[in-house]
Design a protein around this ligand. Sequence first.
Ligand code: SAH
Length: 386
Amino acid sequence: MSVELDLSRAPAVSAPLNLAGLSRAGLLQAMVNAGVEEKKARMRANQAWRWIYHYGVTDFGAMTDVAKEMRGQLASRYVLERPDIRDMQVSVDGTRKWLVGFGPGVEGESVFIPGVGKAGALCVSSQVGCTLNCTFCHTGTQKLVRNLTASEIVGQVMIARDALDEWPTSNEDRQLTNIVFMGMGEPLYNLDNVAEAIDTISDGEGISISRRRITVSTAGIAPKIPELGERTGAMLAISLHATRDDLRNELVPINKKYDLQQLFEAIRAYPDLSNAKRVTFEYVMLKGVNDTLAEARDLVRLLKGVPSKINLIPFNPWPGTQYECSDWDTIEAFAEVLNRAGYASPIRTPRGRDILAACGQLRSESVKQKASERLAARLAENASRE
Ligand code: SAH
């Protein structure tokens, strides 16, 4: 006889709420829930905000302008934690990759790439796994486990700040200056959480990374593209990879739903595009697939009238892929066509390939669990904590 688990009657096993990663509204609510008088709650939330996002504290005891009693009250209800770091690898080129645990069996990756952007860029994940199945992408071989929450996205940034020793936030000599949503997942399928995370990361009284230094990359979820700009003010990147619908249908299958015409209509509707705010077009160089000079010329034609930058990404191989990277001469000849059309330095140097941290190489072992399996894992984790 099999026994069915009745989840509705399962004991509550929720962990204490983590304040690190919350929005301003979330923090305010947490103060109210902790019994702070409504009149004072806003002030307390603002104080906590500074401690969490400007100073990066992980201990309520460090909040020296908050009354001792209040600190104790907060500590008894809440925690100030980062997501778990389950592994960290450093590439020969200085790129660092973290395997970040968001819960039992839920792991994603983030990558810090020095020397990219103004000083260095952190590539964050917005989902664990992905639904898109782009044929050349390693993450595409992993099914979607779940969307990350805004807190979990912000947590990735806080982990990098900890590792780089960049608290409190300073305006000088930062190593982490840019954020790219180019890790695992499709950010526009998780736009609410991505937008909330961007509000938190860009807040000038906290982590303070300007919206102009935050780039969101999408495989082309056309109806969400203008909304992304309106809600976040972030820079837009498009994973284009092909100039014709038939080939793009094969490489980036979401193209069957939103074809190139719909995609470009959506891109043209992105707010505030100008020479100072250009769209980045990513184009992976796949040997014998999309790398002819005729395609380079098609690319120039396709982008006409859209303020753009082009990023040619040499294909990064991963175990089991059927694709190869185009020859270097081919990439240079392709780039030369783009150069002559006015696109400066379009080749993206592969970074962190030795630790599978380069574009499209991210993948974790996490698989989606049934609700009953999730509950069992959480119970086991709680039991091991006790
Ligand atoms: N889902 C979003 C975010 C991922 S960004 C998007 O598709 O834009 C990761 C970038 O790396 C995308 O442009 C993706 O197409 C590209 N990429 C994926 N696999 C790659 C690989 N093996 N080599 C080089 N680039 C790859």
